[in-house]
Ligand binder design. Structure first.
Ligand code: IDP
Length: 148
């Protein structure tokens, strides 16, 4: 019972993010991490890495049928990203609020995408859209020994 309770409490407190190649190229790593931690997220895991085309194809395979899939794979594998697992109560939803709408033109004032994204495709940051995907995406980039 205690173990189940612990899992219930833990559920929903982690999300996965990437600072995408555009934001890394444009020198925004520091500012974005500052905004994330100032908003109450704790960094559980983090690294500078680059996805291969195959990695990006796999990571975004749910979008394989979308017209922008090829462009998305090309973009996400063109340079380094910062991958991170973040912890906060209600992490997935709160992080989606912090980053703003997919298209920076629609993103609320002060959100990370409003401030740093350049287009609907090159939109500076990724944020998991569910607890289940947060787990899958975190495990895609990190081993258990890299999570703290
Ligand atoms: P999300 O990242 O806000 O959850 P999704 O619809 O899941 O948005 O799309 C995943 C990613 O695919 C977006 O973050 C963006 O990089 C890219 N993307 C989405 N829509 C378009 C588009 O219309 N053109 C080009 N790229 C797009």
């Amino acid at each position: 019972f205690a173990a189940k309770l612990k899992i219930d409490i833990m559920a929903g407190n982690r999300t996965f993010t990437m600072i995408k190649p555009d934001a890394v190229e444009n020198g925004h790593i520091g500012a974005i991490l500052e905004q994330i931690t100032a908003s109450g997220f704790r960094i559980v895991a983090m690294k500078l890495t680059q996805m291969t085309r195959r990695d990006a194809e796999k990571f975004y395979e749910v979008h394989a049928e979308r017209p922008f899939y090829g462009e998305l794979v090309e973009f996400m594998s063109r340079g380094p990203i910062v991958a991170a697992i973040l912890e906060k109560e209600n992490a997935v939803e709160d992080f989606r609020t912090l980053i703003g709408a997919t298209n920076p033109e629609d993103a609320a004032e002060g959100t990370i995408r409003k401030k740093y994204a350049t287009s609907v495709g090159e939109n500076a940051v990724h944020g998991s859209d569910s607890d289940e995907n947060a787990k899958i995406e975190g495990a895609f980039h990190f081993s258990g020994r890299e999570m703290f």
